[in-house]
Structure formats: C-alpha cells, structure tokens
Design a protein around this ligand. Structure first.
Ligand SMILES: Cc1cc2nc3c(=O)[nH]c(=O)nc-3n(C[C@H](O)[C@H](O)[C@H](O)COP(=O)(O)OP(=O)(O)OC[C@H]3O[C@@H](n4cnc5c(N)ncnc54)[C@H](O)[C@@H]3O)c2cc1C
Length: 499
C-alpha cells in the first residue's frame, strides 16, 4: 500500500462477480477509503441467462448486457485483459484492447475472470464449432440459422438443403437445452415465411454424453424436458458422444453419420486459463482454491468467487464446492464485497452459505420447466416463472424496463426473422467497390488472409486469455510471471458429464 494513498482494489473481470462486487464496493466505500479498478475486455457485463432469448429474437441483444462505464461510474474501468498476476508483488499484467501491454499495481485483488468453454480434442471441433457464452456467439448463431434457411429455401439441391437445415447442439445442460429449444422455436415460427420450407425439412439434434438432460432440475423434470423436445421433433441423442466433426461431417459413437453446417458446443465450462499465469493456489480442476469467506486460500489480500473459484459449499458435505452458476455468483459477490469492506475496517468477515434453490429454464415461447425450492412447474406456468425470475434478477432498473418493453412488444408483433450476418464484415461491399477491376481482392484487416506471417506464431492474447477475437484486437501477451499450469476438467452448472 503506498504511503498516504487509499488501498487500490483490482477487480479482474467485469462479469457477474466482478460487476456486482464493484457496484457494491462503489456504493458502500466511504470517501477516500479505497479506489476500485475493473479490468474487462468487453465494455459490458453479459446477463447470460438471457442469451437464448436474444438468439431467438425475443430480446434485443443490447438489452441483455449492462454497460460497465455507466453502472460503475465510481470505479475506473480498463478495457483490456489481464494476462498474468504476480500477487506476491501485487502486480497484474494488462493487455489493453488497444495499445501496449503494461503493469498495474494494486493492494487488494478480486480474481473473477469466470470460465471458458470446456472442449475436447474432437477432429473438426475447433474449425466448425461455436460456443454459446457471449452475445456475439448468440447473435452469430441466430444469424446463421436464418441465413441457412434462406440458402435452403433458394436451392433445389436436396443435399445442400439437408446440410444447411441440420443444426447440432452438443451438451444438454441448461445453456444447450435453452439454446436449442429457443432457436428451434424461432426457426419453426420463421418457416411460415418460407413457402419453400416446412418445419419437417429441418433437423435439430441434441447430443448429450450422459443419460439425462438438464441436470440442474430433478430427474423427473429432466425427463419431462427430454420428452417435450422429442415431441417437437428435436432428436435427443443421450448416452451418445461425438467422435468427429471434420469438414462438418458429424460422426457419433452410435455409428450414425450426417452433415451439418451449424454445430454449437455447449458441453460445459472449465476454469479460465489466465489462472495458470498467476501465483494463486489452484485445485486439480484449475480453479482458484478459496475459503468459505471467499478469500484465496492461504493468501493475504486476495479474494475470489464465481465460475473460476473452488468455493466450499457449506450446505453440502466435506469437499463439495459451489456449482458454476449465476445463482451463486451474484450472492458470492455480495458477501465478497462486504468482507472486503469489513476487512478494511478491521471488522469480522462472514462465510458464504447458500443452498442451491433449483433452476428455471425456457424451452421456447410459452414453454418452460422449473424446479425451484422443490416446486415443480411445466409449460406456461414454468415459462412465466422463468421470465418473472429473470426480470427480477437482471441488473439495473434501466435493463428491467427495456427487457419488459421487448417482451410486451412481442405480444403484439411477430418476432424479427432477418439475418444481419453481414455485420461480421460490414466493409466487404465497400472494399469490393473500391478495388479496381482485375486487381486482387483486398482481405479484411486482421483476417488470416491478410496476415499469413502470423500462422504458426505462439498464442497471442486472444488465445492466452481465452477471449474470442470479438473481444478486441489481439495484443502481445505479457510474459507470464508464473509457470503455465494445466487446467483439469470442470463440470457444467449442475455437473453434466459431457459429450
Ligand atoms: C447461455 C447461458 C445461460 C446460463 N443460464 C443460467 C441460469 O439460468 N442460471 C444460473 O444460475 N446460471 C446460468 N448460467 C451460468 C452463469 O451465467 C455463470 O455461472 C456466471 O456468469 C458466472 O459468473 P462469473 O462472474 O464467475 O463469470 P462471468 O459472468 O463469465 O464473468 C467473467 C468476466 O471476466 C471477463 N474476463 C475473461 N477473461 C478476462 C481477462 N483475462 N481479464 C479480464 N477479464 C476477463 C469476461 O469477459 C467476463 O466478463 C448460464 C450461462 C450461460 C453461458
């Protein structure tokens, strides 16, 4: 701590834990008691439970994120990624979205970079698959589904139509189930505007390695969900693993093979790889070892919570840790902020204890499943509960009002079924117009075509931090202060064994 300066609190990641912790600190810190810096590659926090509804077009994508600079106006927000932490020296290594990497000194650390998709070495997965954790991914998948419907409707080639209209989701936790259910519902609805297509032309496939889906709800409700989705024509392939996705040709361990142009990977999460570039203690799954007080185990002035942390679950037996869920993340953030304040004021700190309340999931418009505090609901009532619950949870009054407005408008107007896929490269047509006839086409800046020299180079910041390229331009990764460690597998929220 610099002499005469208030302590500097560094929050790594502006997601659930980071944003809620910073917000609470900002509200409760006394004048001059401490300063807070949040480092986050995105300019917003994502309310992930709304991603399936954003993908289905029920919610405007901007309304499922919370702008950090507006909400955290009492904190300093740095747009960039932390690439390593040397807590012994109280320094974090920052790769800003723009500009040169630099060091950031702090006194108190809050480590909460969350998790990344847990993938497996399946041929073709990295080339053909996409995750479902960010707004960019949700909107890309929505655009792709509609674009593929456009392509199929404009073609008479049966093979092309079949391939374009086959949508595969791998992993049946609530992210995967909600995503396939919402998107299938949207596509079925959209079929009304495609005289050349009928819902039976589409093939929606869910592949899950374990014997059940939605492990977050009771087995009976999981079975109900499976039957509901099968009834809608979604092929639910449980106890099935994917062997290959090379060239978009899906090979299952059941021996079945087919082609698909859309492959979504929702098979669980693992601790953020950044953690391997720190001197913080990790468990065998690569998560930060935490105490029930949300302190990093055995380390002074370091706190952690959320998907990246192994937090003891005091409501369960010895060795149990809290599941990676928003339900825990939000509550942990509150305890974490209060404990930092208590520690600053030399007051006693409190342990985190919350019994998992259950889950609500939307399965498309007016369809859902809920299992909360032992109360089991299906269909309409569950869907209503899903919406009411998440409306009460989405941060800020502004977002609540906008989400409510989106839902209200959708009662009166049909949802939009337009694909704005060209957003991925908005300058494409202008580049083509500005290229003289006969001259070679100009590649998009930053594209592989423009940077052949980058091939074979060591991983840059985007890979080092697990961020997708949508999170900002790739800057050089700072040399790590601690030896890289290998993260072991984590489970999905609720603990699905994975495809
Ligand atoms: C589609 C979907 C639906 C879900 N639905 C539910 C639900 O209904 N109920 C429920 O309880 N849970 C749900 N979850 C899980 C829940 O969203 C997560 O458990 C929760 O977001 C974890 O919070 P976190 O703060 O640990 O991580 P996050 O919210 O992911 O925040 C981590 C932040 O760190 C940032 N970051 C990453 N790398 C760096 C870096 N190097 N430097 C700085 N910042 C970095 C990220 O950009 C991110 O903003 C869902 C998840 C998904 C994907």
């Amino acid at each position: 701590m610099s002499f005469g300066q208030p302590p500097h609190i560094l929050v790594v990641g502006g997601g659930y834990v980071g944003m809620y912790t910073a917000l609470r600190l900002q509200r409760r810190l006394r004048q001059g008691e401490a300063t807070v810096t949040v480092v986050e590659p995105n300019s917003y926090m994502t309310y992930q439970p709304f991603l399936p509804e954003a993908a289905a077009g029920n919610l405007e994508p901007r309304h499922v994120v919370v702008p950090l600079r507006r909400v955290l106006n009492g904190c300093r927000v740095v747009s960039g990624s932390v690439t390593g932490i040397n807590h012994a020296q109280r320094v974090a290594y920052i790769a800003p979205n723009q500009g040169a990497p630099h060091d950031l000194h702090y006194d108190i650390l809050v480590a909460c970079p969350g998790s990344i998709a847990r993938t497996l070495p399946i041929p073709g997965l990295a080339e053909r698959g996409i995750g479902f954790k960010s707004v960019a991914e949700a909107i890309h998948i929505r655009n792709k589904v509609i674009e593929r419907m456009d392509a199929a409707a404009s073609s008479t080639d049966p093979q092309l139509r079949r391939r374009a209209l086959t949508f595969v989701f791998i992993g049946g936790g609530f992210a995967g189930i909600e995503a396939i259910a919402e998107l299938e519902d949207m596509a079925r609805d959209a079929c009304k505007f495609y005289p050349e297509l009928s819902p039976s032309d589409m093939r929606w496939v869910m592949v899950e390695a374990s014997g059940r889906v939605l492990p977050e709800v009771s087995p009976a409700m999981g079975l109900y969900t499976l039957k509901q989705l099968e009834h809608r024509g979604i092929e639910m392939k449980i106890n099935t693993r994917v062997k290959s996705l090379a060239d978009g040709h899906v090979v299952l361990d059941s021996g079945e093979e087919f082609d698909a142009e859309t492959i979504v990977w929702t098979a669980g999460v693992k601790a953020h790889p950044l953690l391997a570039n720190t001197d913080l203690p990790l468990d065998d799954r690569g998560r930060i070892r935490a105490t029930a007080f949300l302190q990093v185990d055995g380390v002074e002035q370091a706190w952690t919570a959320g998907d990246c942390a192994a937090v003891p679950d005091l409501t369960k037996g010895e060795g149990a840790t809290t599941s990676p869920s928003a339900q825990h993340a939000v509550r942990q953030a509150k305890v974490l902020a209060d404990n930092i304040l208590a520690d600053l004021r030399a007051e006693p700190i409190a342990p985190y204890e919350h019994k998992y309340a259950g889950s609500v999931a939307s399965l498309g418009l007016h369809k859902g499943v809920a299992d909360v505090y032992g109360m089991k609901l299906r269909g309409w009532p569950a869907w209503l509960m899903h919406r009411t619950y998440h409306l009460s949870r989405v941060p800020t009054f502004n977002r609540k009002a906008r989400v409510l407005a989106d839902w209200t408008l959708s009662l009166f107007f049909r949802r939009e079924i337009v694909s704005l896929g060209s957003f991925a490269d908005p300058r494409a047509s202008f580049r083509a117009a500005a290229t003289p006839p006969g001259a070679p086409a100009v590649a998009a800046p930053g594209s592989a075509a423009q940077q052949p020299a980058l091939a074979g180079k060591p991983a840059g910041r985007a890979e080092a931090t697990g961020q997708t390229e949508t999170n900002g331009s790739a800057g050089a990764a700072r040399k790590s202060p601690a030896p890289a460690r290998t993260a072991g597998p984590a489970k999905t929220p609720g603990g699905t064994p994975l495809a």
